[in-house]
Every structure is written in C-alpha cells, then in structure tokens.
Design a protein around this ligand. Structure first.
Ligand SMILES: C[S@@+](CC[C@H](N)C(=O)[O-])C[C@H]1O[C@@H](n2cnc3c(N)ncnc32)[C@H](O)[C@@H]1O
Length: 200
C-alpha cells in the first residue's frame, strides 16, 4: 500500500467554500492536483493507494479526508472542480464528528475528525515512513517496500515544530530532486521511482 499524506494548512475543514473560487478555499486546486496524481494514471486508477488530506483551515479543524483507490466509486471527473466537490461532500458528511470519529462519505471516501499529529503517529508504527523535503536523502539511493507512507505539505511550508515531530517519530527525510516542486509533482515522481523498482 502506498500512502500519501498531504497537510493542507489553510484547506477548509468545513464544506462552506465555493467551488467557483478554489484559490480562496485554501488553494483547494493544489489538493485536487495531489488527488489526481496519487490515484490516477492514463486511463487507469492505481491499485493500493490511499491519499490522506489533513485540512487545518477554517471552520472546524482538524479534519482528515481519506480517498482509497481500491473500492473507489465515480468521483464525477478528474477536474479540479469535480474533485473539490468530492471533498466538499466528505466535509459535509463529517460536520458532526467527535474527535477521532470517522464516517464513510462516498465509495472509497472517508472523513475523520483527526489531526495531522494523530494521523502521522499511527503511520510511524506501521512501517516505512518518509517526510518529503528537498534536502532529504535522494530517492534514487533507497530501496522501498511495498508499504510506504510519504508526508507532504501544500503550498505552505510544514511548520518547523511539525518537522521536528516527524523526525522524532522516525520519519526519514526524502528528496525527489534539487528543485522545490509542487506537492502534486512530487507524488508523480515518488510513484515513478517506486514503479521503476518494480513495486506494485
Ligand atoms: C510547494 S512545496 C512547499 C513550498 C514551501 N514554500 C516550502 O518552502 O516548504 C510542497 C511540498 O512538496 C514537497 N517537495 C517539494 N519539492 C520537493 C523535493 N525536491 N523533494 C522532496 N519533496 C519536495 C515538500 O513536502 C514541500 O513541503
């Protein structure tokens, strides 16, 4: 299983955002690009991928939406608006959750009232666990396992405190190359390197 954990620092944690202005909704278009690159390739859905998006923005943080490629229903398209619409539906379903409670919003789509710290703490005891940083170990120098989790921030830097927390949990800093890329571009590169290692 490949897990991609995106921290959307200003991403809305309640459904009251406009699909007509995704930029104002904490740059939800970045989240949509990450979903596309995590779950899909040409004419196909990847097997065994989960994307977890932690929404830390207004108005009811924290919320974590998880989309699983296995068991995924129709998302209504691959475009930014369609994918942001899926997030909106998930956040609607999660309006009245208690802390750590989770519900299924759609086929393959789940929403939990769960913080970034709680989510990554879980991954730290599950197996290989990487925090994506431009100055991390070169992805081409490492061998990966089938099960691996990769943590990204969106357009905003990961807070220093969270960086330190990830390292304390044992996350290994990992770089896909020398340029600071969009998180969605990093996801494609991670998939590609693992594909080249023959991992499913
Ligand atoms: C657009 S970047 C964040 C830019 C933000 N201003 C900063 O300085 O962190 C989004 C995320 O993608 C990941 N990323 C970007 N370039 C990378 C690289 N070359 N190697 C590994 N991860 C990278 C990091 O997790 C980064 O936080």
């Amino acid at each position: 299983m490949r897990d991609f954990i995106l921290r959307a620092r200003k991403g809305p944690s309640s459904p009251d955002f406009s699909l007509d202005d995704l930029g104002r909704a904490g740059h939800m278009e970045i989240v949509a690009h990450c979903i596309t690159n995590a779950l899909f390739y040409s004419l196909n859905i990847r097997a065994g991928v989960r994307v977890h998006i932690v929404f830390d923005g207004p108005a009811a943080p924290p919320k974590t939406v998880r989309i699983e490629s296995d068991g995924l229903g129709s998302l209504g398209g691959f475009d930014e608006r369609a994918l942001a619409g899926v997030i909106k539906q998930a956040l609607q379903a999660g309006l009245h959750l208690s802390l750590e409670e989770e519900v299924q919003a759609l086929d393959g789509v789940y929403v939990a009232k769960r913080s970034f710290e709680s989510l990554v703490r879980d991954f730290s005891v599950r197996g290989a666990f990487y925090t994506m940083q431009k100055r991390g170990s070169d992805i081409r120098d490492l061998e990966f396992a089938e099960d691996a989790a990769f943590v990204f921030s969106d357009h905003l830097s990961m807070p220093k405190k969270a960086d330190r927390f990830l390292i304390r949990l044992g996350a290994q800093p990992l770089s896909v190359g020398p340029k600071m890329l969009f998180a969605s571009q990093c996801i494609t590169l991670v998939h590609n390197e693992l594909d080249r290692q023959g991992l499913a």
